[in-house]
Design a binder for this molecule. Structure first.
Ligand code: BES
Ligand code: ZN
Length: 980
């Protein structure tokens, strides 16, 4: 049976239920229909065909485009097959296409889009012409549209003949339009054009085509209109086939005022006075211009972008003379220098790395004041949150500086990985985000080798992914998704960080050259097209000369969630390594480890790496092929360190005596291990204690070596764990002792870093990290000078070095009063330096006065006071503050419906709010409160985050029960010895 038959069923099933009236093809807002007699005829034919076809379906099996019957492939199930005969279009008629995915027989090839936004009335007028072909005979097409009013429609064939449209139906739930021809059919392999005129409004959510604004240093408010389309919002700016595999060429025209500029993926080729075109009377039409842009290459809809604003730019050339510009408000332009220089260099680097020229004539990067994500890789017009692109050498901290470089590199990596070659469907989102997250560190490492970015990889990617992926409520990297909120929900730590981490592991055994050749091959093979995960594995296998079956190995990491705990034991000269899934949650029995069912029963192909005390700089590799493994070591081996530099995506446990010799070595001479290995030992020991596998005394003893540690990577790992223990210990008898212990550990390193903002990049990072922890532990030698720096800044305007600002503002607010808070608030409102704004905003949540904190929370509900993307940081910082934790929880409950309307269905998912407020709770009472509350309300795309938070709270409770007393005892003894 052909695909066409099945499609016809889809459309005819619906039609048979409708009364039809005739309409012209170019009507206003109308739904075209036909006569009753005709309808009866059709209905009869329909039933006959339906019967025949259902028989055929029963025997011929599944087909791709069938939205209504038979067995469907993944992502293509039919929905809404309710008793009411739905789904229903807006006009009450049955909407004949019953699938959230579009049919695959119609392919757009070219879009001509004209957009006329009015930044005052917010009205947008638009016109789109979509050229498409159909690869089978049909009389309907389905495409996307969201919140658009279609005013005119017309279909033409290749020769320009109009075809009559019988109906245009809209189904808002799937954001689809269904357009059906009246008499004729689209011919097999025929080319057609659909013309649509539409109107819409510039939105105030940060998606689709939306309005943003900024205030100049003189207090003038300026507006701009900008887009954010990924993953499913292009459809709310213009009607389109809004799925990543429908690549087409885009030709844009944009109307704008004379004092504005318009930007788009491609450069402007022509500008005309446009007084009379699409004249609305809303603007002064004589001051209107129309910019026509060059036609793009083949690309996906989610990568289209356009902006109308009054920005200025700075420009650099790449070595091949591609112009790279950063656009920003004029006053901020000096802060764009770093990004434009870095971007030009990284473009050169990626061109060389991928072996493929950047295919567009220009690259623009633009700072957008209201912006939901960190940045968005629109091809040739990359949009950034201000803090992801602006950098001031005098004002911005080292960490924020690195962040700019990372985000610039990440989005540039997407220009090849994601834009040139795109995932077929969103279930492979990790191919975009995991790969870009892996490559971003390489890009930055190339332009700033002195930053040691590759040493930070495990901190930024591996550790956070291991942390989340040890929850039962995690998910595999490859995950079926269908509707927009499911798609939205996988832009998470698993797609980004686990994706990057498993590529890091892969590169370790494939070697860099093979990886590079493979990526090059993949891009060349699939350029201007789409690919899936298997395509990627295939090129690696090929370039590794089939010495590895990369797909078999990597499927165990992408198709099942979680990762293995490798347990190392020794019998004489034999080392035994066993593998078992690591789950943090307490479990009844081992069968919990096997749920939900995995195609590999939670076994992995593990590239095990190790060294021993005999040759600490010589790594040996052993494969665990879904199995355990044993190997021999010389008798003189005293200890073995497995998972060299934490490059593998797994954790390691040792028998107790083996831990003891590792810990002794750390105490005697920790530099025997690399900084990454020290970090991995800390990370594994603390995590295994959290999982109830190691006694708390092991991480406690181990952490004593920190008295001698001076490196950023292990300290950063340790501080994460020490602070998390501090939260969980906060309601236990040992809390004060625990804080005293933290003070002891942090003492020497605090003295070492001092309060002068000097030294290498990693020293500066270490300093700000350690000093912030010192503030939490209330170390007098840090708090006192920090308070003084704050006072001098406030009273005399004494400059604070950028890397001390987090500490100083936080100390000033924490130990200050209303006057200090108001001062910082005013600075927050006034500053033109985005990095400064973030630090100030975070410090405002450090107050110990509940009234101030409450006022701060309430301010975050007012968009004029705090931008939408900064609401979550406000709630997070208050929730993190011991004085504010319960206020934040109360606030979240009190305004939940509001958060839902503001952030419920878009790029801002509710996940973040739930996680930051609830996941540090550690009592039964709080657990019950949280679970009862969320039973009553809608959580939308925050569902998985809620499950993860509940699991984390349970885990916290269990950990406290099991460990608090042991820790209390151990600290009691330790502090006694320490004091004596
Ligand atoms: N493609 C994403 C932007 C995005 C995020 C779109 C979520 C839709 C939903 C972009 O490439 C990205 O990953 N941005 C990151 C920054 C990056 C450096 C990790 C972000 O927004 O945080
Ligand atoms: Zn990305």
């Amino acid at each position: 049976m052909s695909e066409q038959d099945v499609d016809d069923v889809a459309f005819l099933t619906g039609d048979s239920n409708t009364g039809l009236h005739k309409r012209s093809i170019y009507e206003q807002n109308g739904v075209a229909v036909c006569s009753q007699k005709r309808a009866l005829c059709i209905a009869t034919v329909v039933f006959a065909i339906l019967f025949a076809v259902s028989l055929i379906i029963a025997f011929a099996g599944p087909q791709n485009d069938c939205p209504c019957a038979g067995e469907k492939p993944a992502n293509l199930e039919a929905e809404d097959e309710g008793d009411d005969g739905g789904p229903f279009a807006t006009n009450g008629e049955v909407f004949p296409w019953n699938n959230v995915r579009l049919p695959t027989f119609a392919h757009p090839t070219r879009y001509n889009i004209t957009i006329h936004p009015n930044l005052t009335t917010l009205e947008v007028k638009g016109q789109v012409t979509i050229e498409f072909y159909v690869d089978k005979e049909t009389n309907f097409i389905v495409f996307h549209s969201k919140n658009l009013t279609i005013n005119e429609k017309m279909i033409q064939d290749r020769k320009g003949h109009r075809l009559k449209i019988s109906q245009l139906l809209e189904y808002p739930k799937h954001q689809q339009l269904y357009l059906e021809l009246e008499e004729s059919k689209f011919r097999k392999r025929g080319n057609y054009t659909v013309h649509l005129r539409f109107t819409s409004k510039l939105g105030n959510e940060l998606e689709g085509f939306y309005l943003s604004s900024y205030v100049t240093a003189d207090g003038d408010k300026r507006h701009l209109a900008t887009t954010h389309f990924e993953p499913t919002y292009a459809r709310s700016a213009f009607p389109c086939f809004d799925e990543p595999q429908f690549k087409a060429k885009f030709k844009m025209s944009i109307f704008r005022d004379r004092f504005h500029i318009a930007l788009c993926n491609m450069p402007v080729v022509n500008t005309e006075d446009a007084g009379f075109y699409m004249g609305t009377g809303l603007n002064n039409s004589f001051s209107q211009l129309r910019d026509d842009f060059q036609e793009s290459v083949e690309m996906s809809t989610y990568l289209v972008a356009f902006v109308v604003c009054d920005y200025k730019r700075v420009t650099e050339m790449t070595s091949r003379n591609v112009s790279v510009s950063v656009y920003a408000p004029e006053a901020m332009l000096p802060q764009a220098q770093f990004a434009v220089k870095t971007a030009a260099k990284i473009m050169d680097y990626f061109e060389a790395y991928f072996g493929i020229h950047y295919p567009l004539p220009k690259q623009d990067l633009i700072a957008i004041p209201d912006f939901a994500a960190g940045a968005m890789e629109n091809w040739g017009l990359i949009t950034y949150r201000e803090t992801s692109i602006l950098y001031d050498p005098e004002e911005t901290s080292t960490a924020a500086h690195q962040w700019v470089a990372i985000v610039v590199a990440h989005e540039l990596a997407h220009q090849w990985f994601g834009n040139l070659v795109t995932m077929k469907w969103w279930n492979d989102l990790w191919l975009n985000e995991g790969v870009a997250s892996f490559l971003e560190h390489k890009g930055v490492d190339h332009v700033a080798p002195e930053w040691g970015m590759m040493n930070q990889f495990i901190l930024d990617k591996t550790q956070s992914a291991l942390h989340l992926d040890a929850l039962a409520s995690s998910h595999p990297i490859s995950v079926p998704v269908k509707d927009p909120s499911e798609i939205e929900a996988i832009f998470d730590t698993i797609s980004y960080n686990k994706g990057a981490a498993i590529l890091y592991m892969l590169e370790e055994f494939l070697l860099e050259e093979v990886m590079k050749k493979g990526l090059n091959d993949y891009l060349n093979t699939h350029k201007y097209g789409n690919a899936d995960t298997n395509d990627l594995w295939a090129v690696f296998t090929k370039h590794a000369n089939h010495s590895f079956d990369v797909k078999s190995i990597m499927d165990t990491w992408t198709q099942q969630m979680g990762f293995p705990l490798i347990t190392i034991s020794r019998e004489g000269n034999t080392i035994l390594a066993t593998q078992k899934r690591l789950l943090l949650s307490p479990r009844e029995n081992d069968t919990d480890l096997l749920t939900p069912k995995s195609p590999f029963d939670y076994k992995w192909y593990v590239p095990l790496s190790y060294y021993t005390n005999l040759q600490p700089r010589v790594t040996t590799n052993v494969w665990m092929n879904l199995t355990d493994v044993s190997f021999e070591v010389p008798p003189a081996v005293e200890w073995i360190k497995v998972n060299v530099n934490q490059t593998g995506f797994y954790r390691v446990n040792y028998s107790e005596d083996m831990w003891t010799s590792i810990i002794t070595t750390l105490h005697n001479n920790h530099t025997v291990f690399t900084p990454a290995d020290r970090a991995s030992l800390i990370d594994d020991a603390f995590t295994l204690c959290r999982a109830g596998i190691l006694n708390a005394t092991i991480p406690l003893k181990l952490s004593l070596y920190l008295l001698n540690e001076r490196d950023f990577v292990p300290w950063s790992t340790a501080i994460e764990h020490l602070e998390s223990w501090s939260k969980m210990m906060s309601e236990t008898a040992g809390f004060k002792k625990y804080i005293a212990f933290m003070k002891t550990l942090l003492g020497p390193v605090t003295a070492y870093v001092g309060l002068n903002d000097t030294g290498s990049y990693s020293t500066r990072l270490l300093r700000s990290n350690v000093l912030e922890a010192a503030l939490i532990a209330n170390i007098e030698g840090v708090v006192k000078p920090a308070k003084l720096l704050f006072k001098n800044w406030m009273e005399k305007g004494t400059r604070i070095p950028p890397n001390l600002r987090d500490l100083v503002y936080a100390a000033g607010i924490k130990y200050g009063g209303e006057k200090d808070w108001n001062y910082c608030w005013n600075m927050y409102k006034k500053t033109q330096i985005p990095s400064e704004k973030v630090i100030l905003l975070k410090s405002l949540g450090q107050s110990m006065d509940p009234w101030i904190l409450q006022r701060f929370l309430l301010a975050s509900l007012d968009r004029e006071e705090i931008r939408p993307q900064d609401v979550e940081p406000v709630i997070a910082v208050v929730a993190h503050n011991p004085e504010g934790q319960f206020l934040a929880w109360r606030h979240l409950k009190a305004y939940w419906p509001r958060f839902q309307t503001m952030f419920g269905n878009g790029t801002f998912t509710l996940s973040g709010f739930i996680t930051v407020v609830t996941s540090t709770f550690c009592t039964e009472y709080d657990l019950q409160e949280v679970s009862e509350y969320f039973e009553k309300v809608e959580v939308g795309s925050g569902q998985r985050a809620l499950e993860q938070s509940l699991e984390t709270i349970r885990l916290n409770i269990h950990w406290v029960k099991e460990n608090a007393e042991t820790i209390n005892q151990w600290l009691h003894n330790y502090l006694k010895i320490d004091k004596s």
